[in-house]
Design a protein around this ligand. Structure first.
Ligand SMILES: *[C@@H]1O[C@H](CO)[C@@H](O)[C@H](O)[C@H]1NC(C)=O
Ligand SMILES: *[C@@H]1O[C@H](CO)[C@@H](O)[C@H](O)[C@H]1NC(C)=O
Ligand SMILES: *[C@@H]1O[C@H](CO)[C@@H](O)[C@H](O)[C@H]1NC(C)=O
Length: 476
């Protein structure tokens, strides 16, 4: 026991000595105006009870304020990061009626500003993003984030377009509406642009095509409409493009083929039409192609699918596609999820699908596939309910030695042609297709959580986001 206390004392001394060594910079001053601006800004968000002078006489010092960090500029401390929101136990948590005070815009060395779960009551206390003054932060600001603030309403200020050093702009799951300001498309250094989960309307601006350094574009879960601009072909660095859950219409632009580095293209739940475009073939890095639930139509065989060898997930469910099952799909060696359900597809289902080493979910239900399913008992056993072939009137399975556990759900045995055994109830059908949607994420991300749509996608994505931030920080 005694030894332990000595160890602790020794530890404290070492820490103090180490701290003393770093003392040179600790003793550098922080300009009083900077300190006052910081405290007033924080008080606006967390409430006037918060007295930084009492709690943190030296905000960049040894017991820094959680969510605030500083850097030295010419021997003087300035605030470079301000994160508001309940991230850590002693974070800056917003009050019931937080406000933006103009003092935020006096922190002219800020590189990163973020608000998480701060403005939460759209009824009692709706808050607008200040429409002006952002230009004051233009020389320094590299990352601006608003996440999960349903009480943040009004439009995205067009003066965000003045933040020329911005590398990451994230406005995710807030209450913002109105059009997307076109001048965001002229931010020359932007690598990540996330405007998902708001109520944005109007068209995607052509100007976005100028974001040639952009790696991630997420405009999902808004009410964006109109045709997709061919300018999207200018996003040549893009890795992820998520436009899902909007009201977008018209054809898939041919220019998508220019996105050679794109790994994810998610446009599910829109109103896209006009058939698949052949240029998708040239998106050689594509791993996930999700176009489900769009009236796309046309023939599935227009593409030579085997050219997309990186594909891990292909979801073309409910897209009005026609044509026979293309053998080229069964040559996609990396495929884990294949969704072709509820289309007008016909012909024979290629037994080679079972030879794909990673195949984990296969939905072919609700089509006009015919003939005999030639998969083994082992395959049905492995896939379980992730094999969907019901609602194909001309399809049957070979009964020999199949136990009731290892037979395809809702498909009749070939020996009993015309007699539909095991017809699924409508509830089972619904459940089946819903499971299909969720399973996609498990299949494509190797994640065993039932994420469910949008959140399921972004959850595992956070790691990547963190890595990107690291890149952003390093490059300063
Ligand atoms: C904060 O505390 C200091 C020192 O106790 C005091 O002088 C100052 O008036 C207080 N400020 C506010 C806003 O309460
Ligand atoms: C695409 O990715 C490759 C390899 O990561 C990289 O070298 C190349 O610069 C990228 N292309 C663009 C246009 O960013
Ligand atoms: C289904 O396929 C059969 C045989 O190929 C064909 O005769 C029939 O018209 C098709 N039905 C539909 C609804 O497409």
């Amino acid at each position: 026991m005694k030894n332990l206390s000595w160890l602790i004392i020794l530890g404290v001394c070492l820490a103090a000595a180490w701290h003393g060594e770093a003392g040179d910079t600790d003793e550098a001053p922080m300009a009083e105006t900077e300190r006052q601006s910081l405290y007033s800004a924080i008080q606006g968000f967390v409430g006037s009870w918060w007295n930084g002078s009492d709690l943190y006489p030296d905000p960049c010092g040894w017991t820094p304020i959680q969510g605030v960090s500083c850097d030295l500029f010419d021997g003087v401390w300035y605030v470079t990061t301000l994160n508001v929101g309940p991230v850590h136990e002693n974070s800056l948590v917003c009050s019931a009626n937080p406000v933006f005070t103009p003092h935020v815009f006096k922190l002219t060395h800020l590189k990163s500003l973020s608000f998480f779960g701060c403005f939460v009551s759209p009824r009692q206390n709706p808050v607008m993003v200040p429409p002006e003054s952002w230009g004051n932060l233009a020389d320094s600001l590299e990352s601006l984030e608003f996440r999960s603030n349903p009480g943040l309403v009004g439009q995205i200020p067009s003066c965000f377009g003045q933040l020329v050093n911005l590398q990451s702009l994230v406005i995710l799951e807030n209450g913002l509406s109105g059009n997307v300001p076109p001048n965001i498309g002229s931010l020359p250094n932007l690598k990540r642009l996330v405007l998902g989960g708001n109520s944005l309307t109007g068209w995607i601006p052509d100007s976005f095509g100028g974001l040639s350094k952009l790696l991630i574009l997420d405009l999902s879960s808004n009410s964006l409409s109109g045709p997709l601009t061919s300018a999207l072909g200018g996003l040549t660095s893009l890795l992820k493009l998520d436009l899902s859950n909007n009201l977008l219409e018209g054809k898939l632009p041919m220019e998508l083929g220019k996105l050679k580095n794109l790994t994810l293209l998610d446009m599910r739940n829109n109103k896209l039409s006009g058939g698949l475009t052949r240029s998708l073939e040239s998106m050689c890095s594509l791993q996930e192609l999700i176009l489900a639930n769009n009236p796309i139509g046309g023939d599935l065989r227009i593409l030579e699918w085997e050219k997309l060898q990186g594909l891990v997930a292909l979801d073309l469910s409910q897209t009005g596609l026609t044509g026979d099952f293309p053998k080229s799909i069964s040559k996609l060696k990396n495929l884990r999820f294949l969704g072709l359900s509820n289309n007008h597809l016909g012909g024979h289902i290629s037994p080679e699908l079972a030879t794909l080493p990673s195949i984990n979910a296969l939905y072919l239900n609700g089509n006009n596939f015919t003939g005999e399913l030639e998969f083994s008992k082992w395959f049905y056993g492995k896939m379980e309910r992730r094999f969907g072939a019901w609602d194909n009137p001309g399809l049957c399975y070979r009964t020999e030695s199949l136990s009731t556990r290892h037979k395809p759900f809702g498909v009749k045995p070939c020996q009993e042609q015309g007699i539909v055994v095991d017809k699924p109830t409508s509830e089972a059908k619904l459940g089946g297709s819903r499971v299909g949607q969720n399973v996609h994420f498990m299949a494509s991300l190797g994640c065993s959580r039932h994420g469910g749509g949008y959140y399921g996608f972004w959850g595992p994505f956070l790691l990547e986001v963190a890595m990107l931030l690291l890149i952003v920080v390093k490059s300063c």
